[in-house]
Ligand binder design. Structure first.
Ligand code: CMC
Length: 391
């Protein structure tokens, strides 16, 4: 009707109808396609969840085998990708590298851009599901000076990710079921979260028909920020900082509450969850299990638990309904798996990949119009041009 209302941060603006993820922030409920996150984390594996999110139903064994087979057939990248990776400095942040490489995939796979049918979409989807783990693993391997090797397609999707990341020259990586299970869970918990910042980015970029890989690359950039996926790196750096500072959690609680101090308790608060983040509950237990099973003693876990206890009893956090979110404990698990801190958000991206894909596919199948918000103009009214010598 031509009337523009402003809603900064889109706190109360719906951008689409979606049948993928249900989220009730008051009750702490998260469901993918109707299935509760608790049940999926316990009983499904990541590839099944990916299929569920993208295609709407849990796969039969035959459907899963076909999906996995099609992905495996795409699990190589163009040889020139190695040259691109080599051109990055070793100090490059892995999220910047991953966003660039994902965008570069479009150049090597131009046919993935124009998707005019569900079959075209399927081809683009299995391509990215196959190639993305290679980019993730090679981003890490480049940082660690390891050869850019492929994994082992005879094992599961998540198992192969681990092999590709950690395989040493002349020495196969021995899969530990505790680590596989923990990574499966983490990826499932991160797999979708309705219209968050990165997913909205994927949908809005995709709405211009820019193509799946370019849309995903934009989503990766959105995820990078510390208020979104980058929080997992920021949490661990914060916990390490507290430890080095003598473990004085009270000092950091005071900083977080001080309105003149920009410091925030990373891993706390959520735009939608106002009672608890159901993912955080699962992850906290998983952190205990993984560290226990791997025999890892990490003082950082004690600091995290202390901080959580203090915050949950503190009026500032209680009044504002600030609870630990999914990223408060995820970094502790990644650390126990020997994943470097600046790779944490890359792992989040790997988990979010099927969610982004599902949302992009839904947006295209629904034939949604190009995203184009309006504004209320607050600049100068019309004024005459001034020649440069009169300014
Ligand atoms: N530490 C201290 N104060 C906080 C925090 C925090 N982590 N989070 C929010 N607040 C305060 C904020 O200062 C504001 O106070 P006041 O009402 O006095 O001005 C109030 O709580 C509401 O905060 P907001 O920034 O208006 O809330 P938002 O919905 O815009 O932001 C958030 C949500 C997640 C960005 C924010 O809570 C935050 O910055 N948290 C830390 C970063 C983080 O952990 N992000 C990961 C989110 S979960 C993973 C993901 O989905 O990406």
């Amino acid at each position: 009707n031509g009337v523009v209302t402003i809603d900064p941060g889109y706190k109360n603006t719906g951008s689409c109808e979606s049948a993928i993820t249900f989220l009730d922030g008051e009750k702490g409920i998260l469901r993918y396609r109707g299935y509760s996150i608790e049940e999926l984390a316990e009983k499904a594996n990541f590839l099944e969840v990916a299929y569920l999110l993208i295609f709407g139903e849990l796969p039969t064994q035959a459907q899963l085998d076909k999906f996995h087979g099609d992905i495996k057939a795409q699990s190589v990248v163009d040889e020139d990708v190695r040259k691109i990776i080599d051109a990055f400095p070793k100090s490059a942040h892995p999220m910047g590298v991953l966003a660039s490489l994902t965008s570069a995939l479009t150049a090597f796979n131009p046919s993935s851009v124009n998707v005019n049918s569900e079959e075209d979409m399927y081809k683009a989807i299995v391509k990215i599901m196959g190639k993305f783990p290679v980019l993730v693993a090679w981003t890490l391997r480049k940082k660690q000076g390891l050869p850019l090797d492929y994994g082992d397609n005879s094992v599961g999707y998540v198992e192969n990710v681990l092999k590709m990341m950690f395989k040493q020259p002349n020495c196969d990586y021995k899969l530990d079921p505790v680590v596989v299970d923990a990574l499966d869970k983490l990826l499932i918990l991160h797999a979708d979260h309705e219209q968050n910042c990165s997913t909205s980015t994927v949908r809005i970029v995709g709405s211009s028909h820019a193509g799946l890989f370019a849309s995903l690359s934009a989503g990766i950039s959105a995820l990078w920020g510390p208020l979104h996926g980058g929080a997992n790196q920021a949490v661990l750096e914060m916990l390490e900082g507290i430890k080095e500072d003598g473990g004085d959690t009270k000092k950091y609680m005071a900083k977080a509450k001080d309105k003149d101090d920009p410091f925030r308790l990373m891993g706390f608060g959520h735009r939608v969850y106002k009672n608890f983040d159901p993912r955080a509950k699962i992850i906290k237990k998983s952190a205990d299990d993984v560290l226990g099973n791997l025999g890892v003693q990490d003082p950082i876990l004690d600091i995290a638990k202390g901080l959580e206890k203090e915050a949950l009893e503190d009026a500032y956090f209680v009044d504002r309904k600030l609870y630990p979110n999914v990223d408060f404990y995820s970094g502790i698990i990644y650390r126990a798996m020997n994943i470097p801190t600046d790779m944490f958000t890359v792992m989040f991206a790997l988990g979010r990949l099927p969610g982004w894909i599902a949302q992009w596919r839904e947006m295209r199948l629904n034939k949604e119009p190009i995203g184009r918000p309006r504004q209320i103009y607050t600049g100068a009214t019309h004024r005459p041009f001034k020649a440069i010598d009169q300014r």
